[in-house]
Design a protein around this ligand. Structure first.
Ligand code: B4P
Length: 193
């Protein structure tokens, strides 16, 4: 199994690049943002609780997203590997993921961390908000809160994986294809090693 984490602040291109990476490498895409938005669309109790948190730009509680990932792993026993997008976002989530993968006798091979300036993140998300209808993308204050949550709670997740030498920084500015090529180079280097 080959498991990777696409890491970076909101708007850094995780969702965009994940679509291309799963097509090239045949991995199962697990995006906690997408899973939460499906719960909201289904108007489930979990979705309704998550919506009010996401609309403020805050992180949904760890136990909720860890359980979602646990179920997704259980529901995909045939997967040849997973691409985690937007997860883990806290050290507690990272520790839980390591345990879940260890139960399956596998682990994270690499954490690809997209580097993008704050101005570029805000501009991309406001731009997406014009067409996506995502309520967390239309208000600049909410976007800034999401970036603050990232800086306070999520950036440390890179330190956690750095202890195991698993983090590779990738420039996340440029064309989508240029960034995709850089990500593929790093994955190919890992899988050939
Ligand atoms: P997510 O769905 O993970 O959303 P995101 O971080 O905002 O988006 P992403 O980074 O994937 O977007 P992309 O850059 O691809 O999270 C939403 C919310 O869910 C969180 O705020 C939180 O409340 C909750 N949540 C999710 N996971 C959680 C967890 N594990 N724990 C707790 N809470 C959780 O796209 C952005 C835009 O940039 C797009 O319009 C795209 O077209 C554009 N773009 C991409 N690449 C570009 C490039 N190279 N140049 C120009 N534009 C580009």
């Amino acid at each position: 199994m080959f498991n990777l984490i696409l890491f970076g602040p909101p708007g850094s291109g995780k969702g965009t690049q994940s679509e291309k990476l799963i097509a090239r490498y045949g991995l199962k895409h697990l995006s906690t943002g997408d899973l939460l938005r499906s719960e909201i669309a289904a108007q489930s109790p979990l979705g309704m609780a998550a919506k009010s948190i996401m609309d403020k730009g805050q992180l949904v509680p760890d136990e909720v997203v860890i359980e979602m990932i646990n179920s997704a792993l259980e529901n995909n026993p045939q997967a040849r590997g997973f691409l985690f997008d937007g997860f883990p976002r806290t050290t507690a989530q990272a520790e839980a993921l390591d345990k879940l993968l260890a139960q399956k006798e596998t682990e994270i091979a690499v954490v690809l961390a997209l580097q993008v300036s704050k101005e570029e993140l805000i501009s991309r998300l406001l731009n997406r908000g014009k067409s996506s209808g995502r309520s967390d993308d239309t208000n600049e204050l909410v976007i800034r809160s999401r970036i603050e949550e990232y800086e306070m709670k999520t950036a440390v997740v890179a330190d956690y994986y750095n202890k195991f030498n698993k983090v590779v920084m990738v420039k996340g500015e440029g064309t989508i294809d240029e960034i995709f090529d850089s990500l593929c180079d790093e994955i190919d280097a890992k899988t050939e090693a």
